[in-house]
Design a protein around this ligand. Structure first.
Ligand SMILES: *Cc1c(COP(=O)(O)O)cnc(C)c1O
Length: 399
């Protein structure tokens, strides 16, 4: 049987069974649902996108997969060239993997080994944010600060290798003043912390982080697995503040196949480039650079480039502000909006119990968690569909 994610299997309610999906719609046997969260924020062009589907079909006629150990191929070469040219600055060196968590693991390993390769064994500590989420594998959980994973702290005790700070300049300066000699990297979800509760903070924090990282030689890692490809209204937050290592996942393939990439700048790459085999990056996911995924990613990037997505996202943000801003209820603690993301935070998690079934009846798929009712819509959504989602959310509070 299937063991479902994040669920107490004993009390879990039956999941909705999807028999088809197209555009913003998921189809069950008897319902047509607008997907308000893009299958964990990934399906930015909607389901069954014809260009992406065709690219996958074409590639499957040649080969679906060959390993990158000792072999290479056109799709992975084209995608790495495309990313190098498309991403800002000298973020040019692409290490592929099969999921966002693994790509973050790779980034953290890169940052640590960068200093070990230099013979600097002191820099073993990582700085990250409170409420951070960087994935579900062990090191990413340690870097993260998600209350669902605090059983790790209970089992292992406080980590000696990670320090968490809130996204304030004061806390940042204090952390650097105290720990700069032992820090190897500062990892952040830039501007928008997703799984930690759609928390938003100001760009000035990241600008100051860049300055301090430069001054003290600490690597800056942007985990843009969720924020990349327009979610914050920027193409990448890396376009505004340049990190040393950038991690992309989720929407990389337009959500059509799992894949992720860790992109390093020239300085980081040079830290591994030598005559010493021990300086190599020892990582190699079996399915890294999967040909179907690379073709899907190339097609997705082409759609993003040619479809004027940033105006689409600006429009989504404007409609969202019009529909949600100023909406009040005594149950609501805060409403946050940024680019293609909106969140209504309530005081009490019990308030959201039953919302998923309520939305389902009204033709919307939603998946609130803890005290957060949120949207991360596909960018191809129409105004009417968007308004249906927000009307459904508001109707829940007006019952
Ligand atoms: C989803 C997510 C990850 C993990 O990606 P997976 O593909 O689920 O392993 C890492 N970082 C952030 C910011 C994410 O939102």
């Amino acid at each position: 049987m299937i063991w479902y994610p994040y669920e107490q299997m004993k009390t879990m309610k039956e999941p909705y069974k999807i028999i088809d999906a197209e555009g913003v719609y998921l189809y069950t046997e008897d319902k047509k649902l607008i997907d308000s969260i893009s299958s964990w924020w990934s399906v930015i062009h909607g389901y069954k996108n014809p260009a992406i589907t065709q690219a996958i079909r074409d590639q499957a006629d040649h080969f679906s997969h060959v390993m990158l150990g000792g072999l290479t191929h056109d799709p992975v070469e084209k995608l790495s060239r495309k990313l190098a040219e498309w991403l800002p600055g000298d973020l040019d060196y692409c290490f592929f993997s099969d999921s966002g968590s693994v790509a973050v693991e790779v980034a953290l390993k890169m940052a640590l080994q960068y200093y070990v390769n230099k013979g600097d064994m002191k820099r073993t500590k990582l700085l990250s944010l409170t409420h951070a989420y960087h994935g579900d594998t062990f090191k990413t959980m340690e870097a993260g600060d998600d209350e669902d994973y605090h059983f790790i702290l209970e089992a292992y005790g406080e980590s000696q290798h990670v320090r968490h700070i809130p996204p304030t300049i004061e806390a940042l300066e204090a952390a650097f003043a105290q720990d700069h000699e032992v820090l190897n990297a500062f990892i952040v979800e830039p501007l928008l912390q997703g799984a930690g509760g759609m928390r938003m903070y100001d760009i000035s924090f990241l600008k100051r982080a860049r300055e301090l990282c430069d001054r003290y030689g600490v690597l800056l890692i942007f985990d843009e697995v969720a924020t990349g490809f327009g979610r914050t209204g920027h193409r990448f937050v890396a376009d505004v503040v340049l990190p040393d290592i950038l991690v992309l996942g989720k929407a990389l393939t337009g959500g059509h196949i799992g894949h992720a990439v860790t992109v390093a700048n020239h300085k980081v790459y040079q830290g591994f480039y030598s005559d010493d085999p021990a300086h190599a990056l020892m990582h190699g996911p079996t399915f890294m650079g999967n040909a179907l995924a690379c073709r899907a990613a190339l097609a997705s990037i082409e759609l993003f480039e040619n479809g004027d997505y940033l105006s689409k996202i600006r429009h989504i943000e404007a409609v969202t502000r019009r529909e949600l801003e100023g909406f009040t209820s005594p149950l609501i603690k805060d409403i946050r909006i940024m680019g293609g993301c909106a969140c209504i935070e309530v005081y009490d998690a019990d308030v959201l119990k039953g919302f998923q079934a309520f939305a389902y009846e009204r033709g919307v798929f939603a998946r609130p968690f803890l005290t957060y009712m949120y949207t991360m819509v596909p960018y191809i959504i129409s105004d009417d569909e968007l308004i249906t989602i927000y009307d459904t959310m508001k109707a829940w509070f007006r019952r």
